[in-house]
Each structure stands twice: as structure tokens, then as C-alpha cells.
Ligand binder design. Structure first.
Ligand SMILES: C[S@@+](CC[C@H](N)C(=O)[O-])C[C@H]1O[C@@H](n2cnc3c(N)ncnc32)[C@H](O)[C@@H]1O
Length: 218
């Protein structure tokens, strides 16, 4: 019965992402499984890899659509997205130290990593300053920001932007009424942060949005 379920899951995935991506997804799942056994990070990262989750390539394309010397990803995980962005400076931040230890083996080229929790603005500012970030061209908040209430997002980003300027934010929003997600931020919510430049449908439940940040908000 279990084998039948696995076979039908594999067939569904093959139909969704095609044979080339499936091969990439299997390779990355094996690599991440070994890293997971060594570092013990959240098992989501084993199968939620770049080739298995097409939204990640869309995020890379959105970032490449605006000028960007410095790109920072909060909730960077193993660096699937940040590792594929071309930028002079790339900084990955996550609240889980174990995943960052493994991320070093998953990205090509220079990326600095730091541990900080988005919900603790002082910790985040210290991590950015510690990574010599003086301004951010694109800030990524993808595939976890639905766990955070809009007031908290606005408060943290306002506190950060008082010390370090942020030009653009790329984040995902879950469509209203989708079960299983804590928050579904609307476009009106996002307008608290700035002007919405582009929205693209990423998958069945989420859109990707790029916002040009206002100088002061809260
Ligand atoms: C589902 S993974 C997504 C990783 C990456 N953004 C991607 O799409 O490939 C979510 C990541 O966000 C991190 N995370 C969740 N809440 C966070 C917070 N409040 N501050 C910093 N990182 C957080 C988790 O530890 C995890 O590594």
C-alpha cells in the first residue's frame, strides 16, 4: 500500500515538474537528507528543494527584474533562492542555526550567513550590521512569512529601515480562504510597506509580490 502511494506521488510530481526537474529534485533530496542527518535541521528542507518547488525560480526572476547590488534573504533555509541570485553582496539570515551550517555546502560563490529571528528587530539589525549591510536593494521573505501577522511585519521592517535602508521587498502571499495557513496577507496589507510593482501567481495557493518600499512606514 505504501509503495503504491509513493508511486502515485512520484507520478503526480512528474506530471507537475517534468523529468529534468524531477531528476534535480531527487538529487537535491538525497544531498539534503545526508546534510539533515549530520546537522539535524527541519526535515522540510529535504524535499522542499529548488527543483521540487517551482516558485523558487520565479522568485529569482523577480529579483533579477530590479537593480540589486545587495540582496538579503530572511528565512533563507539552505539558500536555494539566494544561492541562484547574481549580486555583489548576498546575506542569508535564519533563526535556525542548524540549517545555516548546512547551507554553506549548498550555495556557490560568496554568501554570508547569520542567525536572527525576524520577530526580534534588534537581533535582525545586529545581524545585518554584523554582515556589513548598510543598505538592502532586495529583501526576501518567502515561504514562512505567512506565519507572521501584518502588524509584526510592518513593525520589524519599520525598525530595520530606520537604521538600514530597504529598497524592495519580495514576499509571497497566501490567497484568502486557503486552509492550513496562519495568515493570508492581502494587497492592501502590503501597501502599508510601499507600492506594489508586480504580482505573479506562483502556485495553487500563493502569489509572489515585489514591493517598492516607502521611506517611512508602520
Ligand atoms: C519553508 S523554509 C523556506 C526557505 C527559503 N525561504 C525557501 O523558500 O527556499 C522557511 C525558513 O524560514 C525560517 N524562519 C521561519 N520563521 C523565521 C523567523 N521568524 N525569523 C527567521 N527565520 C525564520 C525557518 O527556519 C526556515 O529555514
Amino acid at each position: 500500500m505504501n509503495q503504491l502511494n509513493s508511486a502515485s506521488r512520484l507520478t503526480r510530481k512528474l506530471a507537475q515538474i517534468g523529468p529534468r526537474r524531477l531528476l534535480g529534485a531527487v538529487y537535491e533530496a538525497l544531498r539534503n537528507r545526508v546534510l539533515h542527518l549530520i546537522y539535524g535541521f527541519d526535515p522540510w528542507h529535504v524535499t522542499g528543494n529548488f527543483h521540487a518547488r517551482p516558485y523558487k525560480a520565479d522568485v529569482v526572476r523577480l529579483i533579477e527584474s530590479v537593480p540589486h547590488d545587495c540582496v538579503v534573504e530572511i528565512g533563507v533555509g539552505l539558500g536555494d533562492i539566494l544561492g541562484r541570485v547574481h549580486a555583489t553582496k548576498r546575506v542569508g539570515i535564519d533563526r535556525e542555526a542548524a540549517v545555516l551550517k548546512a547551507a554553506k555546502y549548498c550555495v556557490n560563490g560568496p554568501v554570508s550567513f547569520a542567525v536572527a529571528d525576524f520577530e526580534k528587530p534588534e537581533e535582525l539589525i545586529a545581524a545585518l550590521k554584523g554582515s556589513a549591510v548598510s543598505s538592502v536593494d532586495v529583501l526576501l521573505l518567502v515561504n514562512w512569512i505567512h506565519m507572521i501577522e501584518m502588524d509584526v511585519i510592518a513593525h520589524t521592517l519599520s525598525a530595520v529601515s530606520r537604521e538600514i535602508s530597504i529598497k524592495h521587498i519580495v514576499m509571497d502571499t497566501i490567497r484568502a480562504g486557503t486552509p492550513g495557513y496562519r495568515f493570508t496577507h492581502s494587497q492592501n496589507d502590503l501597501r502599508r510597506l510601499g507600492d506594489i510593482k508586480k504580482v505573479i501567481a506562483a502556485d495553487d495557493v500563493r502569489d509572489l509580490v515585489i514591493v517598492e518600499v516607502k521611506s517611512i512606514f508602520d
